[in-house]
Ligand binder design. Sequence first.
Ligand code: HEM
Length: 448
Amino acid sequence: MAAGTLSERMPAAALRPARTVVRWAVRHGLPAVYLQRGARGGDPVGRLLRHPAVRDEPYALYEEVRARGPLSRGSLGPVTASHAVASDILRSASFGVGWDRSAAPRLIRWALRFGDELDAAGVAEPPSMLVVDPPDHTRFRRLVSRAFTPRATAAFKPVVQRTADTLLDALELHSDKQGGEMDLVETYAAQLPVLVIADLLGVPTERREDFLRWGAAAAATLDPGLPFRRYVAAERALRAMHAFLREHFDQLRRVPGDDLVSRLVGLPEDEALTERELHATVMLLLGAGFETTVNLLGNAVVLLDGHRDQWDALLADPAGWDGAVEEVLRHDSPVQITGRSVRDDVVVGGWELRAGTRVTVLLGAANRDPDVFTDPARFDITRGNARDHLAFSAGIHYCVGAGLARMEGVIGLRSLAERFPALRVSGRPVRRNLQTLRGFEHLPVTLR
Ligand code: HEM
């Protein structure tokens, strides 16, 4: 038999199915076993991630976690529902997002190496800035943050308003024909963010239905323990997205535009991103740009429909929309869960945590911490400190698009309410089958 490893001896295409299985096994299959076992033993994180009913309504479970103390044991490591502890962890240099692969068992190290393939990589795999520590994180973040400064975001306001108005014009036409019954996620809440981020990044808006499909698949890979069939579907979508990006980068190399992606593609040699870094960065910006904001818009409409007095108050005084968006972000956070790894041994929440320990941070629970928010389960758009939420995280990974998301929230919701003040949820909204992200897949409404 010829010398060399299996991957050196076989053509890449022949290994693809094996790589998919190994990738799924190490990223989802193995965590699923731990989570399932944990769920059976009553572990809250296991129940949260394995039981669909808990995922749909996680707030009672968050209170169980809170009652156990600032940090408690979960099947994937310690977990916190405390705003103070979450905030400390997210801001502390003793915690990072990366983990030391060299400390993993040999089989896992092999599996990670064998399964490693640019074209199958998701938004939460290195070198995505979401999951790398400084100095790489600093380098990526610096390259993109110029496009998201308060000034750059404000300059984008007319685009967001125009996009919302065009979508609402189409809804109006549709409502004349269909009597105003429609799925608001499909026709508006998903469309506005994808069109805005595509415009900002300079990727073709006419591919938006593809982006939405690929984005939904990418979002699923954020959840640990994905079943094999869903993972395979997600990977197929990721491959299509990488193929699109590769073609798009080639085109921008030939004919650059005046947009962020053209700038990233054409960086001078001493700053240039590798092909893999370029894919990871643009894929994250594109995916994070709409997969979260769609949830903000959908969650807001459902909450305001359930609190009609507050909807009416916003119609009477649109100055309240800024506060309303903060309260939606706090009350029903689009990103519910994140995690950090201990870099250096540290004491937090009264626990001594050893380097390598993985901590689950329940952002959605921290945002309902009664130590910070009075009567936290109450939805109140006039709440004075709603903006103290951690919905955009904190520390060095604080959401780069927070300003843009807030603006899309305010413009998108205010414009919708002013155009269709009698809008009502008309059927049962269906939650997305996701755990890390929280939002609606379908939101039936009548517009008039
Ligand atoms: C309501 C909408 C949004 C929410 C709730 C949200 C939430 C978050 C959260 C929680 C994180 C950090 C996760 C962690 O600390 O582990 C994050 C990071 C990020 N978000 Fe957002 N996001 C939203 C919209 C956007 C938009 C519109 C963009 C536009 C490009 C964006 C781009 C990013 C990027 C690039 C990161 C990574 C930052 C880093 O690692 O330094 N997000 N977002």
